[in-house]
Each structure stands twice: as C-alpha cells, then as structure tokens.
Design a protein around this ligand. Structure first.
Ligand code: SF4
Ligand code: SF4
Length: 131
C-alpha cells in the first residue's frame, strides 16, 4: 500500500494524517490514519513592541523559538499590530535542542512565558538540560 501524509495546523493544535490506499485481496482500500496534539500555549509575553502582542498576550497561531538561543524567532516590529484577536499563540516549533522540554525539536512544556532580555524576546520557560 502507498501512503501520503497530510498535516494541518489548527488554531488549537497539530493534526497529521496519513492517507493509505491500495489493494486488499480483491478490493480497493483507502483509509485515513490520524494523530493530533495540542501545542503548548504562550501564557504571556512581555515583548509589548511585537506586532503580535496585545495586552501581554501573543495573537499569532504558532511561533518558532530558537535556534541556538531560546529567542522568539517570530518577533516582529511594524507600524501597526497584526495577528488574530481571538487567537492565543502557541509554540509551533522549537529549535533549542538543549532545553530539557525539547524533544525532536518540539516543545513539550505545559505552556511557556516569553520575557524580554536586553533587546530581544526570549522563552522564559527555557531550562537547560542538566549534565
Ligand atoms: S511570543 Fe513572540 S510572536 Fe508572540 S507576541 Fe511575543 S514576541 Fe511576538
Ligand atoms: S520551554 Fe524549551 S522547548 Fe519549549 S519553547 Fe522554550 S526553549 Fe523551546
């Protein structure tokens, strides 16, 4: 049987599906196998100058953290604000493999706080691996 992967990033999480199609004895068979996962929320963000920050909350669906430093790579400045008012952001991807919450370049924390360090936005939940 041959497989084809489809991935969807919704406002609440991540859903990946595989459509498997082929022949089973005399019949043509097509089925969908899916897995889904909630992505960790950005509970609060102190980077008020970011276009996605309104009232200390992130309003873009999925941010990227990293890579070597745990900075918010989605941070952006512009004349006007952006994002979706009815969306609270989550961690779509994290490239900081040295964090103890990181597994396969995905964040497994319950949620994160973003803080300002010097002039940039950092993941305040970052915890270096021990040893
Ligand atoms: S988490 Fe990142 S993208 Fe979201 S508001 Fe803060 S700095 Fe901006
Ligand atoms: S807690 Fe760790 S794994 Fe999660 S976003 Fe922050 S740095 Fe990345």
């Amino acid at each position: 049987m041959e497989g084809m992967f489809l991935a969807f990033l919704s406002l609440r999480g991540y859903r990946a599906c595989r459509v498997v199609a082929g022949r089973d004895k005399q019949n043509y068979v097509k089925k969908e196998e899916c897995m889904s996962k909630e992505i960790p929320k950005v509970n609060k963000c102190a980077a008020m100058s970011c276009i996605y920050n309104k009232g200390g909350l992130c309003h873009t669906p999925a941010i990227t953290i990293g890579d070597i430093e745990p900075c918010c790579d989605t941070f952006q400045k512009a004349e006007s604000k952006g994002g979706y008012d009815d969306v609270i952001g989550g961690v779509g991807a994290c490239k900081v493999s040295g964090c103890s919450y990181n597994s396969d370049f995905e964040c497994n924390a319950a949620g994160i706080d973003v803080v300002v360090v010097e002039d940039h936005a950092d993941c305040g939940t970052y915890k270096p691996r021990s040893g």
